[in-house]
Ligand binder design. Structure first.
Ligand code: HEM
Length: 207
């Protein structure tokens, strides 16, 4: 889905490419490493991947907002409980009752994300003080004690994979084949795109 959104938003893809190549050059310089070494991953520290590529991280976060693989999560009340929402609404739950948390809908709700909630705007995640994050309206990995145990691992893998792809390839819309709207299959609560067709162009500049 990241590739799909980058193909639809070439201006973002261009900025991302610039961020990636510029930072890789800088990191290589700092460590006096030759960039021509094919395996750029040898000089990335965990911190560098996570902290030095803000747009890369924002692009992934925004993709996970628009297309969270887990479109809802659930919690079962283990005892009778009364919950009060931020707005003051009181929810009475009996032990055994299931609460369904609609992640997909929360991620696209204009009440949290503004009128442009449906648009791909990675900039949202460049500003840290997003009201949506405060209100737990962003839950790609769930929340609380049963949230995804692999959030950090999955995120660092995603970042590395995307770094590598963006550096070497450009994603383009293919007018005859690229889906205007992606449709999904939902298996075991995981939403996967049925198909995404793109043109993938190898960049000539290898650095
Ligand atoms: C981008 C990739 C991933 C996403 C978006 C994701 C998302 C999620 C979500 C939404 C939940 C439910 C959280 C909740 O109910 O609050 C979850 C749970 C879980 N995830 Fe992930 N996940 C990802 C990758 C992984 C990977 C790679 C692993 C294992 C290597 C993993 C292992 C688990 C486990 C074991 C749980 C259950 C935790 C529990 O019930 O205590 N996830 N994940």
């Amino acid at each position: 889905m990241v590739a799909y959104l980058l193909a639809q938003n070439p201006e973002v893809q261009k900025r991302l490419y610039t961020e990636v190549v510029t930072m890789i050059e800088k990191l290589a310089e700092q460590q006096e490493t030759e960039i021509e070494t094919k395996n750029i991953f040898t000089f990335f520290s965990y911190d560098a991947v996570n902290l030095k590529f803000p747009l890369l991280n924002a692009v992934i976060a925004e993709t996970q907002r628009l297309y969270p693989p887990a479109i809802f999560i659930e919690r079962t009340a283990s005892a009778d409980v009364q919950l009060t929402t931020n707005e003051g609404t009181v929810l009475e739950l009996k032990a055994g009752e299931v609460v369904h948390i609609p992640v997909w809908s929360l991620h696209r709700d204009p009440a949290y994300w503004g009128k442009d909630a449906g648009e791909f705007k990675p900039e949202r995640f460049l500003e840290n003080s997003s009201a949506a994050l405060k209100n737990a309206a962003y839950l790609p990995f769930g929340a609380g004690s049963r949230m995804c145990i692999a959030q950090r691992m999955a995120t660092v893998e995603l970042r590395l994979a995307l770094l590598h792809l963006v550096r070497h390839f450009r994603f383009e819309v293919c007018p005859e084949k690229t889906e205007r709207e992606v449709t999904f299959v939902n298996q075991f609560d995981i939403n996967s795109p049925k198909a995404v067709h793109l043109r993938i162009v190898k960049r000539r500049c290898e650095n």
